[in-house]
Design a protein around this ligand. Sequence first.
Ligand SMILES: [Zn+2]
Length: 378
Amino acid sequence: MPHHGQAESETDTHLPTVEPNLLRPHGLGAGAYIFQSNYLQYLKDLLPYPDRRVEVNIMIQPNSSPHIGTLCNLGVAFVVARRMADLGMEAVVTCDLCDRAGGEQVAVGGIVYQRTLRDTGSFQRNLPDYQELLQLLSRRYNVPFKLRFEAELLGSDGMSEILQNIIENRATLAKFLAPGTGTLAIRAACPQCGLVDRYGLKNSYAPDASSVSFLCPHHGQFTHSTKDSHHFMFNCQLLNLIIGYFYEKSLHNYIEIIGSDYAGFWQEQLLCRFLSKPMVIVYTPLISDWAGAKVSKSLYLRGTAYEYLKKAGMDYLLNYRTLRTERRDLGILWHEIERWIDEPYRLFRGYSIEYIHLLFQGTCQGLLHQQTERPTME
Ligand SMILES: [Zn+2]
């Protein structure tokens, strides 16, 4: 039943009717036919160092309180790590919080600059929610976690060489990674005012790729050596590639957890084609709205896009703080995610936000989980 009387009638009008015959046939994604069970054993067998630890990594831009997509990603990370531990591996979850992602943009002289989430205070506001969730999941699954910020990740051993290689190959890489500007989004914040040239349009590079000079519209040029890689920042696709290069050389195992909106063309064009030893990636099912579009944090932050979900009493799925205030039982979501991993034909598909809401409502779980047909093996 709905939690709030006021939303009750609205809720009823916005929910799909779930009847048994609506659930048949239960269409299966391509992956369902090959990964019927033991998906985690399959992944374990792909890892390069069977006797060494496995790091399960998730990267998040903390520009809002976690929403359902982020909760699912975090849940998948911990369940994968738990199952790896069950298979005898030492497993740890690393959560990279991109605290220097763009928080707001300003245009100066036709060039787009941005301030980081840390500079705008958005990161500091949202950090406690992520810490709380990580602790909660770590306790539930008895898996340790490490929370890491960008400067620590980018200051890791080996990053300077990766950065230098990227600078040397920037013309070729930009064709794939930056078709809009033709310049790689290699960034650094002005040491005086924090402004960042979003697309690296005014960057100049040392001929031996040992340093980059950046231009602040107010304070002029400043330069960082590639040895000080912790000063550098990148856009999403470039950071993803840098991480791909980084873990290619790693001496422990690495599994990336990422939303399935990144599956396919994105990873093929922007990551995998550049790697000789691509990492193992587990894609989290996409949570979509009524139209099949991803439930998006950016749209939520813009204010009016999800008015219909608020009216339907479903805004707790857009904001972890609301979910906690309404005392929703997160165990329902974690159980669902365990099913995705343990019965992997449930993993290679998407779920609508209405489906997740019905789970939380708890009125028709048997029907939702009913699977009339198991896939036959390819
Ligand atoms: Zn400045």
